[in-house]
Ligand binder design. Structure first.
Ligand SMILES: Cc1ncc(COP(=O)(O)O)c(C=O)c1O
Length: 447
């Protein structure tokens, strides 16, 4: 991973001073942190589950959780954090006009990037969670004629599933479609589930845990034919693969900046102009910003950074996807070469899968414990939200894994900064730690 000079990864360099090298060797040998940063977080932050102690700059392979801010994005944002600080709604002076112009420019660029027909179809929000909520709650609350039914899938992100659950408790009826062994929704199941009461179909574009790409075009065509609005959570898709709302028949698309090397705290909901019109009830009331759909002063620097980040991703979308897929395939091959008893979760590499995604069960291992020992690599066991709840993944359960198998799964999210040497290093480190844990387990020790 390319890091700023000060942050160069400690692992694998032969030119480091002897002391540092021996620390690192100790770290790789024992699973203990090589260098520890302490006290950087406040007292309150230190009371969280994971104290403010960490290996300095572990190799980052958790790009589904979030991505680092691209320095070019920060540069684009900078003027709007300082001299151009105006409120985009201030219509009586030049500060406001400059801010408004920047927002409208960003809106236009983001609209173009996802194939929207008009910039007015983009509503800025705080992130994908809010966009999903606005889509699902907004449609159900705005629906007429007894339409209170949502068709969704069992493998959606909690931002969708928990919103549906909350709506169900308030009287909506929810169909959660099963998926096949690779996590794919069958479009025929969608067609069969739609009734005269269906207000919305919500199926994600790409899965954040196992990388499955859903057949959104086929689902979109069905929704068009049945005149049911189609919502898709594309948090993991925009900036990673071509997304075209027109071609896919998507009426509501939720996405955000921090998954594509942009800032945290900003997202968007595409709301397509269509007949009949999608009636959305807002979640927030106030100044009537964003065509009344999302009141609240717009975070201009974040919006500007969002547009820049999307554009940078689109500049080399295909070569970067090919590069990530090659790294992902190499990682999988290396792991298989080093370790027995692995299980690949999600589509086979080369299939309909996110390029940077790999999800593997290290059978017989508790992945949470494994990752805590692996301090020099930043990985996760599933979506950040699900892993913070400590529950086995609902996605892995939906593709047929037992709770025990699901607890042995590690998710790899390879991203822009990762290089081949890191992939090889990670495969080696995992092989060491998994072998150690399996040996300890065979000997009766807890892993
Ligand atoms: C598919 C999907 N939807 C929604 C979210 C939530 O996104 P945000 O952090 O922008 O609220 C995530 C984040 O992991 C995600 O992967």
């Amino acid at each position: 991973m390319q890091l700023p000079a000060k942050a160069v990864c400690e692992t694998g360099s032969s030119k480091r001073p002897k002391a540092a090298r021996s620390q690192a060797t100790r770290a790789f040998g024992s699973g203990e942190p090589s260098e520890v940063e302490e006290g950087r977080l406040s007292g309150a932050a230190q009371k969280t589950r994971h104290p403010a102690k960490r290996t300095v700059h572990p190799i980052y392979l958790d790009h589904h959780a979030t991505t680092p801010l691209d320095p070019r994005v920060l540069e684009a944002m900078q003027p709007y954090l300082t001299e151009e600080f105006g409120n985009a709604s201030s219509s009586t002076h030049a500060y406001g006009w400059a801010a408004e112009a920047a927002v409208e420019d960003a809106r236009e660029r983001i609209a173009r990037a996802i194939g929207a027909r008009d910039p007015s179809e983009i509503v800025f929000t705080s992130g994908t969670t809010e966009s999903d909520n606005l889509a699902i709650q907004g449609v159900l609350r705005g629906a007429r004629g007894g339409r209170d039914h949502v068709v969704t899938s069992a493998v959606e992100h909690p931002a969708v599933l928990d919103t549906c659950l909350a709506m169900e408790k308030q009287g909506a009826s929810i169909t959660r479609l099963p998926v096949d062994a690779e996590g794919r929704v069958d479009p025929d199941d969608v067609a069969r589930a739609i009734t005269s009461h269906t207000a919305l179909v919500s199926v994600m574009t790409a899965n954040s845990e196992i990388g499955t790409l859903q057949p959104v075009e086929a689902i979109g065509a069905i929704c068009r034919e049945r005149e049911v609005p189609f919502h898709s959570d594309a948090a993991q898709a925009v900036g990673k693969l071509p997304v075209d709302v027109g071609r896919s028949g998507i009426d509501l698309l939720a996405f955000c900046a921090h998954k594509l090397y942009g800032p945290k705290g900003v997202g968007a909901l595409f709301v397509g102009e269509r007949r009949p019109r999608i009636r959305l009830t807002p979640l927030l009331y106030g100044g009537g910003h964003e065509r009344g759909l999302r009141s609240g002063t717009l975070p201009v620097p974040l919006v500007v950074g969002f547009a820049k980040a999307v554009e940078l991703c689109l500049e080399d979308l295909t070569p970067e996807a090919e590069r990530l897929a090659a790294l992902r395939d190499r990682l999988w091959e290396r792991l298989q070469g080093e370790l027995p008893d692995l299980r690949l979760n999600g589509p086979a590499p080369g299939g309909d899968r996110l390029a940077g995604n790999l999800n593997v069960c290290f059978l017989g291992i508790e992945a949470d414990a494994l990752l805590l020992r692996l301090r020099d690599v930043a990985l996760s066991t599933g979506s950040a939200c699900a892993s913070s709840r400590g529950e086995p993944s609902h996605v892995l359960a939906a593709i047929g894994l037992s709770p025990q198998q699901a607890r042995s799964a590690v998710r790899f999210g390879i991203g822009r900064g990762n290089r081949q040497e890191e992939i090889d290093r990670v495969a080696l480190r995992l092989a060491e730690e998994v072998a150690r844990a399996r040996k300890a387990r065979a000997g009766g020790a807890l892993t």
